[in-house]
Every structure is written in C-alpha cells, then in structure tokens.
Write a protein that binds this ligand. Structure first.
Ligand code: UDP
Length: 352
C-alpha cells in the first residue's frame, strides 16, 4: 500500500526545498582549473574559503594562469588528464563538489583537428561523470552554447537542439557537449548523482588566448599593434560577450542555489553585438589606426563548417534561480583588455 503524507485541510503539504549542491567550506575539484575560465573560478573559490584541487593536463590551459594563487595554502594542483579513469576516481576521493570545466575549446582547433576535439571532449566528460557517480560527488558540468547550433534566438534551455548535418564537422563538437549533458542526466537517473549543467556563452576577459580563434583577444591584440582587424565574412554575425568575473560568479551561485539539480542553465550575457560592431568598438576604445579587413569565411574555415549567425541566450531561468545579471558592459571589458594587451606589447618590445 502506498502511504500518503497526512494533510491538514486547507493547508498545502510542507515541501522541503532541495538542498544546494555546494555548501560552506566544501572541498572542491576544478577540472580545467588552469584554463581561462577555470583559473578565474579557482581564484574565486579560494577567496571564499574553499580548499581547491585543480586537475588539468595543460593541453589548452597553462600553469601561468594560476600565478596569482600559486602559493596559496589551500590550493592543490595535479597535472593529469581526467580522461584517465584512475585520475578521475582519485580526485573524487577527497572532494565534496566538482566543477567540471576540462575540455578542448576553440573554433580554429576544432577546424584543424575535429576528430581529436570531439573524442577528447566526450572522453573527458564520460570519465569525470562515471567517477563522480561512483563516489556520489555532486557535479556542475560546463557545456556550451554550441549545442543550440542554428536554432532560433533567444536560446532557451528547454529548446530542441539543432547542431547541424554530420557532414559539417562543427556540429560534432556540439554533439559531444550535448552527449555530455545526456550522460550527466543518465547518471542522475541511474545512481541519483546530483548534477547541474551550464551552457556557457561567449566568455571574455583577462588571460583568454586568441590562439584558437576567440574573437575578442584577437581583435584587441590586432588593434594595439595597429594591424588589420580580421572580420570574418561581412561581420553581420552576432554574439553576446560576458566578462569572466560575471560568469564565474554565476557558476558559484548556481552551485550554491537550492533546487538546481537535474537542470540546465544558460550562463552569459544577452546583449547582442555584431562582429563588425565589435571590431569598430575595439578600434575606437584602443585609439587604434587599424584598418578593418574582411576575410572570407572560406579562407578560414573548412568547407561545410558553419559559423552561427546569431547566438543569444534567454537568461530567464538563470535570473529566476540566482537573480543573475551581467554587470560589466562590453566597452568596459574592451578597455580592460586593451590595458592588458598594451602591457604585454610593451614587454615584447622591450625584449626584442
Ligand atoms: N571571428 C572574426 N574574426 C576573428 C575571429 C573570429 O570575425 O579573427 C568571428 C567568428 O567567425 C565568429 C565570432 O567572431 O562569428 C566569434 O568567434 P569565436 O571563435 O570567438 O566564438 P564562437 O564562434 O565560438 O562564438
């Protein structure tokens, strides 16, 4: 017989709010903690009092990203790949929470080595989720706005995804990230693993490298050198850029929010900017003489490699969960990056 809880006439049954996944001074693992976003997250978590264990194979990140916290007494760093199941299992042994950020990013990298990028992203997430499930360590999985593909904006978390044709390899990255999400919810279903999924939109800020395609660090580096700013296509394609500090704040707030388990959240900015407008903004804020050079898509991307035309998140779900609004306007972000790029250029000139 099924027993129902007793109810008092006229009153709703008391409903316990599901607890947050990350609490107090929990011991936290950050996979990909030496990467661009990961290293900012590590600084935030250390400042909040958490012991932090970074696991990173330095394939895209660099240990220099952790320079500001290198001697912090609560920081531990393991240089290894989480794709190795024994590494993933060990890092769960003494952890209360995992932020899983490890992965291969960058459109240029995807264009150059699509198979490696697809396989690595899938294997790293598969391995991490299996270990977290076995140890029952709650996990925040970072996925990507790429999963929406060429869907209709604004992208909502409950939308069907449209990663594209399998002959166009860009969708393979989207599918690897989407498969990671499905595996996460599969583990939640199978073993009760507490999991929250975040789809990151274009994130920018200090320490982001332009080496693998990311547009803003590339434009800023070009502008401070007065070199041509390389706008792909007509520059009518648009993106929304959020500062890494805002993004990291949202990741931590989500992990600490009640009732987020088993759900997907868009994280980023919803202020849309065309790539051409971005180039003009960077040139203006840098006081640069750079010409704007239009580069045909076919010169930079392999055939069948689709550049999404618009990418705008709905932030309604995120706002409802944590009251999030991005705080740093794009012009202020550009100013910050111009200062950093000028300092780097001065060092390079002094060395030469
Ligand atoms: N882009 C560009 N010039 C560059 C690098 C990128 O015009 O030197 C464009 C790119 O085609 C895309 C946008 O900027 O439309 C954002 O590219 P990024 O690789 O930063 O992010 P994603 O395409 O993943 O949103």
């Amino acid at each position: 017989m099924v027993r129902l809880p007793p109810t008092v006439p006229g009153s709703a049954p008391a409903k316990a709010s599901p607890p947050p996944l990350l609490r107090g001074a929990a011991r936290v693992v950050v996979t990909g903690g030496a990467g661009f976003i990961g290293s900012h997250l590590v600084e935030n978590l250390l400042a909040a009092g958490h012991p932090v264990h970074v696991v990173d194979d330095l394939s895209t990140g660099t240990i220099d990203n952790l320079a500001a916290v290198a001697s912090h007494p609560r920081l531990r760093v393991t240089i290894a790949s989480i794709a190795d199941p024994s590494v993933a299992a060990r890092c769960c042994e003494d952890a209360d929470f995992v932020f899983h950020l490890a992965g291969v990013v960058g459109v240029q990298r995807l264009a150059a080595e699509p198979l490696v990028v697809m396989q690595r992203n899938l294997s790293v997430t598969q391995s991490m989720l299996a270990a977290a499930a076995s140890a029952q360590v709650p996990i925040l999985l970072t996925s990507s706005s790429e999963v929406y593909g060429d869907g209709h904006v604004p992208f909502c978390e409950h939308d069907s995804i449209r990663p594209g044709a399998t002959e166009g390899l860009r969708g393979g990255y989207a599918c690897a990230k989407a498969m990671g999400e499905w595996l996460a919810f599969g583990h939640a279903d199978d073993s009760g693993l507490p999991v929250v999924v975040v789809r990151l939109f274009n994130t920018v800020g200090p320490r982001q490298s332009g080496d693998h395609g990311m547009v803003l660090p590339r434009f800023v580096a070009q502008a401070v050198r007065n070199e041509p700013i390389t706008v792909y296509g007509e520059g009518a394609q648009s993106r929304c850029f959020a500062h890494v500090g805002d993004v990291v704040r949202a990741l931590v707030a989500l992990a600490q929010a009640p009732g987020v388990g088993g759900r997907v959240f868009n994280v980023g900015s919803d202020v849309e900017t065309s790539v051409l407008a971005l180039a003009e903004l960077v040139r203006e804020r840098a006081g640069s003489q750079s010409p704007i050079a239009r580069v045909p898509f076919d010169d930079v991307f392999p055939r069948g490699f689709v550049d999404p035309v618009r990418r705008v998140p709905s932030l309604a779900r995120l706002r409802a969960a944590i009251g999030f609004a991005p705080s740093m306007p794009l012009a202020a972000i550009v100013d910050q990056l111009v200062v950093g790029a000028r300092a780097e250029l001065a060092v390079a000139v002094a060395r030469s």
